[in-house]
Ligand binder design. Structure first.
Ligand code: NAD
Length: 359
C-alpha cells in the first residue's frame, strides 16, 4: 500500500479523514507548523504521528506521496521540495498562484519522473462526476456553451490572517473551481475578458483584491463560455440556487450539476427531464464535519484515483500541466481585471516561457 503524508492541517483535515478511511492508502505522518493544530488533529482522529517540521516528511524515505494543503502562495516551494526529495505530489488547488515558477516545476517534474496531481476537488464530487459521464456518453450531444459560477458567503474566511494579505486573491482561491470546469470541457481557451470589484463587505474587512467578478471566455474554435465568482455577499436559498454550479448546453440537451446540494438535472436529447438528489448517505460521505466547508469525500475519491494511477501507471488528471493551464487562464483573468481589456492566453504563456506547453 502506498504511504502518504500530509502538509497543512486546515483543509488537510479532510485529507486525514479521507486517507484514514481509505483501504488503498496508508497515512504515515502529518505536518503543520502550528503544533496546537497538530495536537487537535491527532486527538480528533486518534492519529498521533505528527511533526511541525516539513523536513521530517521530506527526509522520510518510507513516504511515497506528500499531499500539500498550505496557503496558496507556498505551494510552489512545497511542491518543489517534495519533488526534489523523490516524492509523488498531491497539491490542492490552485496549483500555484503565479506562473513565475511554472517552467521550473514542469522541468523538475520531467527530471524526477514523479507524478504531480492537482487536488481539484470539485471534479470529484458526485453531481460533477455524473455530469461528465453523461456528457461523454453523448446524452446532451456536442457542447455549445458552458456556464459556471461559485457564489459563496465566505465572510467567515476573512477571519484567516492570510485572507487579508495582498497575496490572497479569491480569483485563485475560489474561481479556480468553476474555471477548472470551463477548461475540463473547453481546454483551448484563447481569450478572456472580465470585470471585478471589492464589495463593500470585503472593503470593510480589509480585503486587498476583488471578491466579486464576472468573466467571458472565447475558445479557439469560436465557442464562448462564462464564469462568475462572488465571495463576501449573502447567497440565495439552496433550493433555488447553488453555490457552485456547472451548466452545459449541448446540441440536443442541457445539464446542470449543483455541487453542495449533490443535485444533478438534465434534459436529454430525447427530451426527457431528470433530476437526481443523492441524499443523506452520500452527503455524509462527502461532508464529514460540521457544515460544508470541508470536502473529505471528494478527497478520498481523488486520492484513490491518484494511487491507482501510480500503481497502474496511467496519468491522473488534472496533472501538473493541466493545473498550470488553469493558472495561466486565471492569470489572464487577473490581467483583464487590471487592464479592463481582453487578454490572450498565448501572451501570458509566452511571458513565462511556457508557450510550447500544451495544457
Ligand atoms: N475544495 C478544495 O479543494 C479546497 C478547500 C479549501 C481550501 N483549499 C486549499 O487548501 C489550502 C489551505 O487552505 P486552508 O483553508 O486549509 O488554510 P489554513 O490557513 O486553514 O491552513 C493552512 C495550514 O498550513 C499551515 N502551514 C503554513 N505554512 C506551513 C509550513 N511551512 N509547514 C507546515 N505547515 C504550514 C498553517 O499553519 C495552516 O494550519 C489553500 O491552498 C486552499 O486554496 C482547497
Amino acid at each position: 500500500m502506498l504511504k502518504l503524508a500530509i502538509l497543512g492541517l486546515g483543509e488537510g483535515r479532510s485529507t486525514m479523514s479521507a486517507a484514514l478511511q481509505s483501504k488503498k492508502i496508508h497515512l504515515v505522518k502529518v505536518c503543520d507548523i502550528n503544533e496546537e493544530l497538530c495536537k487537535q488533529r491527532a486527538k480528533e482522529f486518534d492519529f498521533y504521528p505528527y511533526t511541525t517540521n516539513y523536513d521530517e516528511l521530506l527526509k522520510d524515505n518510507s513516504i511515497d506521496i506528500i499531499a500539500i494543503y498550505t496557503p496558496d502562495h507556498l505551494h510552489a516551494e512545497h511542491v518543489k521540495l517534495a519533488l526534489l526529495h523523490g516524492k509523488h505530489v498531491v497539491c490542492t488547488k490552485p496549483f500555484i498562484d503565479d506562473l513565475t515558477k511554472a517552467k521550473e516545476l514542469i522541468t523538475l517534474c520531467e527530471q524526477t519522473g514523479k507524478k504531480v496531481f492537482i487536488g481539484q476537488s470539485s471534479r470529484f464530487s458526485e453531481p460533477m462526476k455524473k455530469q461528465r459521464k453523461e456528457f461523454e456518453e453523448g446524452v446532451i450531444g456536442n457542447l455549445i456553451t458552458i456556464e459556471a459560477h461559485y457564489h459563496a458567503d465566505n465572510r467567515w474566511f476573512l477571519a484567516k490572517e492570510w485572507s487579508l494579505l495582498k497575496s490572497f486573491k479569491w480569483l485563485y482561491g475560489g474561481l479556480s473551481h468553476p474555471v477548472d470546469f470551463i477548461r475540463w470541457y473547453l481546454p483551448d481557451i484563447e481569450e478572456v475578458m472580465g470585470y471585478g470589484m471589492i464589495s463593500t463587505n470585503g472593503q470593510e474587512a480589509g480585503l486587498k483584491n476583488e471578491d466579486t467578478m464576472h468573466f467571458i471566455f472565447k475558445a479557439k474554435d469560436g465557442r464562448v463560455a462564462r464564469v462568475s465568482g462572488v465571495y463576501s455577499s449573502p447567497t440565495q436559498p439552496t433550493k433555488r440556487d447553488s453555490t457552485l454550479t456547472c451548466v452545459l448546453r449541448g446540441m440536443h440537451g442541457a445539464s446542470q450539476a449543483d455541487y453542495h446540494e449533490l443535485r444533478y438535472s438534465v434534459t436529454s436529447k430525447e427530451g426527457e427531464e431528470k433530476i437526481i438528489y443523492w441524499g443523506d448517505e452520500k452527503l455524509k460521505y462527502y461532508y464529514r464535519f460540521e457544515g460544508q466547508s470541508h470536502h473529505a469525500g471528494e478527497y478520498q475519491n481523488y486520492l484513490e484515483y491518484f494511487v491507482d494511477s501510480i500503481e497502474q501507471n496511467f496519468t491522473a488528471y488534472p496533472n501538473m500541466l493541466e493545473g498550470i493551464g488553469t493558472v495561466a487562464l486565471l492569470q489572464a483573468m487577473d490581467r483583464a481585471l487590471k487592464t479592463g481589456k481582453p487578454v490572450k492566453i498565448e501572451a501570458i504563456k509566452s511571458e513565462y516561457g511556457i508557450q510550447s506547453c500544451v495544457f
